[in-house]
Design a binder for this molecule. Structure first.
Ligand SMILES: [Zn+2]
Length: 244
């Protein structure tokens, strides 16, 4: 009888620890072939995705305190060298045992001790980690007076695959042909803000071209979220997160 009781307690404990990640995150969910993907905005370009028992951080900046109480990262994706995407102090404080995927220009600026944790991925490169596939997508400016912000080839957007669900993270970019040509994207994180990236109109036009199932506007400080939403075609769900 005693044995039976402890077995039940152990199972209960196990079930609790498996769901603990989910309980610490309060973001919205997207069903995948292998359980829900939980999406948790942190701020501006920084967010967390949790899937199965794995946690992926994207561009974690803003200080270690911004991640208090959240599950530790297993994988960290970095897009570019600018301070709203790369912060060595935050990274060093939260990295734990996580692996980092980043373009070479970012790896070159990682603090000492983190470089050996990093996989350098060029545009078009693919990395497979923890059942998760990460493909690097170009991100760059097209408009003449914005070309100085993001050179083609320096930064990475990503398509991240969780089970059968494909998530696109734009990084800082305009409505480049590589974005418009994306296929089978279930969830898309799309930036817009001037002068660094693109207008609401460019962002909505690109989204209407590759038609993700769900679009999360992010990295839109100073822009008109409602204007963007009003220009996205019907049939594409616009989800607004608590970014600012
Ligand atoms: Zn940025």
């Amino acid at each position: 009888m005693k044995f039976k009781f402890s077995l039940i307690s152990m199972l209960a404990l196990l079930a609790f620890s498996f769901s603990a990640n989910a309980q610490m995150l309060n973001g919205s969910t997207v069903p995948t072939s292998e359980g829900d993907l939980i999406i948790n905005p942190v701020s501006h370009a920084s967010f967390i995705m949790s899937w199965k028992d794995k946690t992926v951080y994207v561009d974690p900046v803003g200080g270690v305190g911004a991640y208090d109480g959240l599950p530790r990262p297993d994988l960290i994706l970095l897009t570019d060298i600018h301070g709203d995407h790369l912060d060595g102090t935050t990274l060093a404080g939260i990295v734990g045992n996580a692996e980092i995927v980043a373009p070479a220009a970012v790896v070159a600026q990682l603090p000492a001790g983190l470089v050996e944790r990093a996989v350098s991925l060029p545009n078009g490169g693919i990395a497979q980690r923890l059942d998760i596939t990460v493909k690097a997508i170009p991100m760059y400016n097209l408009t003449e007076d914005r070309l100085q912000f993001h050179d083609k080839g320096r930064g990475n957007g990503y398509v991240v695959t969780f089970g059968d669900t494909r998530v696109y993270i734009s990084g800082d970019t305009e409505d480049i042909p590589e974005m418009r040509a994306l296929e089978d994207i279930d969830v898309a994180f799309i930036c817009f803000n001037l002068p660094y990236t693109m207008t609401e109109r460019q962002a909505a036009d690109a989204v209407n071209a590759f038609r993700p199932g769900i679009v999360y506007p992010y990295h839109y400080q100073g822009s008109d979220l409602a204007l963007f939403g009003s220009m996205v075609d019907e049939g594409i769900e616009v989800r607004n997160g608590n970014w600012y």
